[in-house]
Ligand binder design. Structure first.
Ligand SMILES: Cc1cc2nc3c(=O)[nH]c(=O)nc-3n(C[C@H](O)[C@H](O)[C@H](O)COP(=O)(O)OP(=O)(O)OC[C@H]3O[C@@H](n4cnc5c(N)ncnc54)[C@H](O)[C@@H]3O)c2cc1C
Length: 446
């Protein structure tokens, strides 16, 4: 049928409507920038904000719909630790956004002067994740950062002056020519695309779907009986041990929240992440249905349910420097230290978590070399994939540390782009000066 005749068969179009016969192919465009950051999560958001505030032309690409990554979409909206042994050791742009989110929602900050002993989580700051994401977005836009949601890189090629990166998204296909490239995907995805080596464990730590249930009275619950029923449901295959980490009392005391495990959680490909998200939601539904049939839970309610299963561990890079467990627990001050980190060694293995606290007074540091892939040019990482052994990584991966390394990477990438050099050639004194000027706490020089 001829097009004119075909249109005639459709009759009159509603006023204002335009008939589109076929989806046009995405327009292929090329954009130039100083700093291209892939992954707008915990670390990448801060890196972009910092590079933008230093005047670098900055593009931030995020596969999801909002900034913040594990802090927001993953529901781990209790960032820490910014304080150690009674004083603040991490500040800067992450701290600025975290405290802005708390202030706007009238959320209380913990009393940081009160030592936590072994209860380190008492110094985590409880914020509203989506509010943090909105504030981070506003701050990035104000700093001139170009935000590109729903896009991912599919090809990464080194050029004489930096990198050529092809980004594909919903109806978009864009090539970015960037002087500096930063991988803050949590999975070292760009490092993989660039063909550089990555490390991963044979069995990764489990993930967690953050969700909260409520509507029961703990005082009315017969806990031994409830545990017996849970055990029976596990034996019958209605529940899995990992749904409640084998402990219904622990699950109920927290209302869920961060009390389940998704074994084999992986976010490094769309397929793996899909499987991981489905496994998290299936677990939540099993627990919900199990509790619903118990008389004590007649008023059970889902109070919170995150859209994504949080993933703790995938790839780490092989950097110019690798932070070891020994470096971490001894509080080694690296000659190129750009930030502090502070957390217990916190490996989730075999269904158990045994945090190993640092000795009194120890405050570990993060070297710039752990953010630079070995032998690379014009390339950095920030976030949990930094170069570190597994035990050191279990502490370095926490949010305040990721935010601090994001800021350090943002400064370094912006200065490298400005000087037309590579991150390892940027004078440390310049990096330290700019970090301090933007509110970060820089470890003392050794
Ligand atoms: C369940 C759980 C509990 C935790 N508990 C704590 C805790 O109590 N305290 C604490 O401080 N930390 C905790 N952590 C650790 C901490 O939250 C994470 O290690 C940290 O947030 C990771 O930050 P990141 O910037 O490396 O990655 P993310 O914050 O995950 O950011 C990565 C971003 O990159 C995007 N991305 C990925 N691939 C692509 C791609 N190909 N293209 C474009 N974008 C991409 C993602 O969508 C995401 O937004 C926990 C983690 C989990 C999962």
């Amino acid at each position: 049928m001829k097009r004119r005749n075909f249109l005639a068969t459709l009759g009159a179009l509603p006023a204002g409507s335009v008939l589109v016969a076929a989806t046009p192919p995405p327009a292929v465009r090329t954009i130039e920038t100083d700093v291209l950051i892939i992954g707008g999560g915990t670390a990448g958001t801060i890196a972009a904000l910092q590079a933008g505030r230093l005047g670098a032309r900055t593009i931030l690409v995020e596969a999801n719909s909002q900034l913040g990554g594990t802090t927001t979409t993953g529901g781990v909206d209790f960032p820490g630790l910014f304080h150690a042994w009674g004083k603040q050791v991490i500040a800067g742009l992450g701290w600025e956004l975290v405290t802005a989110a708390a202030a706007l929602n009238d959320d209380d900050l913990p009393n940081f002067t009160k030592p936590t002993g072994r209860e380190h989580w008492r110094h985590q700051v409880r914020i509203k994740g989506a509010l943090y994401a909105a504030l981070a977005e506003e701050a990035c836009l104000k700093a001139g950062v170009q935000l590109r949601y729903y896009e991912s890189p599919i090809a990464v090629t080194a050029t004489p002056g930096g990198w050529r990166v092809r980004l594909v998204g919903k109806g978009t296909d864009v090539t970015v020519l960037a002087k500096q490239l930063l991988d803050s995907t949590g999975n070292a995805a760009v490092i993989g695309l660039a063909g550089l080596p990555r490390l991963r464990e044979k069995v990764a730590q489990p993930g967690t779907l953050v969700y909260r249930l409520g509507g029961w009275d703990m005082a009315t619950i017969d806990m031994p009986l409830q545990q017996k029923r849970a055990n029976a449901a596990i034996a019958a295959g209605e529940l899995k041990m990992t749904d409640i980490r084998g402990n219904i009392g622990g699950f109920l005391r927290n209302g869920g929240d961060n009390a389940m495990h998704v074994p084999g959680a992986d976010s490094s490909t769309s397929e793996a992440h899909t499987t991981t998200n489905i496994a998290g939601r299936a677990s939540m539904l099993r627990v919900l249905r199990f509790l619903k049939q118990e008389p004590a839970f007649a008023f059970l309610k889902v109070e919170r349910l995150q859209p994504e299963t949080g993933v703790r561990e995938t790839y780490r890079i092989v950097g110019e420097t690798t932070v070891t467990h020994d470096d971490y627990v001894k509080g080694r001050v690296f000659p190129d230290a750009v930030a502090h980190s502070f957390y217990p060694i916190d490996l989730h293995v075999d269904g158990s978590i045994v945090p190993k606290h640092l000795d009194e007074g120890i405050v570990p540091t993060i070297p710039l070399g752990a953010l630079i892939p070995k032998g690379s040019k014009n390339l950095m990482v920030a976030g949990r994939c930094l170069s570190s052994d597994r035990l050191a990584n279990s502490a370095l991966r926490v949010q305040a540390s990721c935010m601090a390394m994001g800021q350090a990477a943002g400064v370094t990438a912006a200065l490298a782009a400005r000087a037309g050099t590579t991150p390892s050639q940027v004078p440390l004194a310049d990096i330290r000066r700019e970090l301090a000027r933007h509110g970060a706490i820089v470890p003392p020089r050794v």
